[in-house]
Design a protein around this ligand. Structure first.
Ligand code: ATP
Length: 329
């Protein structure tokens, strides 16, 4: 288990992590999401003692990382896959790590097999592809058979088979009762892997909830309607929280009304409806809505949905989470 209490990190005038408190529970995969520069890596680095907090504290399995007698057995982390001695072979790199913790060579062989590094284990790490480097980083994280596994962008550079492998690995580790905390910018992958999400923006927690409740919480019901007189329908539907967008003369998208209510009103107004399709909210949609005020580094997004009304707060299991801030400029 990872427990952070009012954890902060400042670099000069920059507050990278701003008094965050959260718990990463064992037995599930917890995804850590946030825009570029939100503070994910800094938080992960503080968990494993690579950065010292400016305020607050964080423990892993009940104690600060540095106070564990054999930290590799408590927590394994992939933080920067490039941080290896490039002239060593993968095998020697892992053996050197294992030696410092009294981990037997048999475990080195095990993690090499587990991560599919067998064919290149004796080759110099300097010549590794990004994906091979990631696999080596994951092998190192698993070396001590740790209770807690932290993976920062583990699928970065992996091919589809590798991405799938990381997914199964993360789920498998969680099903063994371990704590699995991973970050990724790949929403579709996160949607398939994580049970729970912590979303951070500008150093603060925006959401901390089961993945489905984050999707549901952000997704006000949206329905695509084809009708012969959409304006008449819209006139009768107008009300609190209902927004709409005319896509084509006979095609509209309505947000905030259940499909059945739309059908009832259409019947009453004698509007011919020939399509009524609820639109599924994806994790990506929910994430974009949650973080729309939190993105520091914008890339123009011409496809951004301009029609959504204000979004409500997402709720944690137990407590309310700050509502999304207003749109950043
Ligand atoms: N060593 C450092 N010195 C100064 N500023 C830093 C340092 N490390 C991180 N920062 C700043 O702290 C903020 C958080 O960075 P961090 O790398 O934790 O974000 P992130 O969420 O991991 O981003 P990304 O998704 O781009 O990896 C950023 O504004 C970053 O520029």
């Amino acid at each position: 288990m990872i427990e952070a209490q009012a954890l902060s990190k400042r670099y000069g005038a920059k507050t990278a992590v701003d008094a965050v408190s959260f718990t990463v529970q064992p037995g599930k995969v917890t995804g850590f999401l946030g825009p570029n520069g939100a503070g994910k890596s800094t938080t992960m680095r503080m968990i494993v003692g690579l950065d010292s907090p400016s305020g607050g504290h964080v423990t892993v399995n009940g104690a600060r990382y540095a106070t564990h007698r054999a930290p590799l057995r408590e927590v394994g982390a992939l933080l920067d896959a490039k941080a290896v001695h490039t002239k060593r072979s993968a095998y020697n790199h892992l053996r050197a790590m294992a030696a410092t913790h009294g981990i037997p060579n048999s475990r080195v062989k095990e993690v090499i097999d587990l991560t599919g590094l067998g064919p290149v284990a004796k080759k110099r790490v300097g010549g590794f592809s990004l994906g091979m480097g990631q696999r080596l980083g994951i092998a190192a994280a698993l070396l001590g058979d740790p209770h807690t596994v932290i993976l920062d962008e583990p699928v970065n550079g992996l091919d589809p088979e590798g991405v799938q492998w990381v997914r199964h690995l993360a789920k498998g580790l969680a099903s063994e009762g371990r704590t699995v905390f991973l970050s990724s910018h790949l929403m579709s992958e996160m949607a398939q892997t994580a049970d729970h999400l912590i979303v951070i923006g500008r150093g603060r927690i925006i959401a901390d909830a089961p993945i489905q409740s984050i999707i549901d919480g952000q997704g006000r019901v949206r329905v695509r309607v084809r009708a012969d007189r959409p304006q008449d329908l819209l006139g009768s539907l107008a009300g609190d929280g209902v927004t709409s967008q005319v896509l084509e003369p006979e095609l509209i998208e309505i947000t905030g009304v259940e499909p059945r209510r739309i059908a009832e009103i259409a019947l009453r107004e004698r509007v011919l409806v020939y399509e009524l399709t609820p639109i599924q909210v994806s994790l990506e949609d929910a994430y974009m809505q949650l973080t729309q005020g939190e993105v520091e580094y914008h890339s123009g997004n011409p496809a951004a949905d301009q029609t959504s009304g204000g979004q409500g707060a997402v709720h944690r299991d137990d407590a309310q989470i700050a509502p999304t801030a207003e749109k950043g400029r």
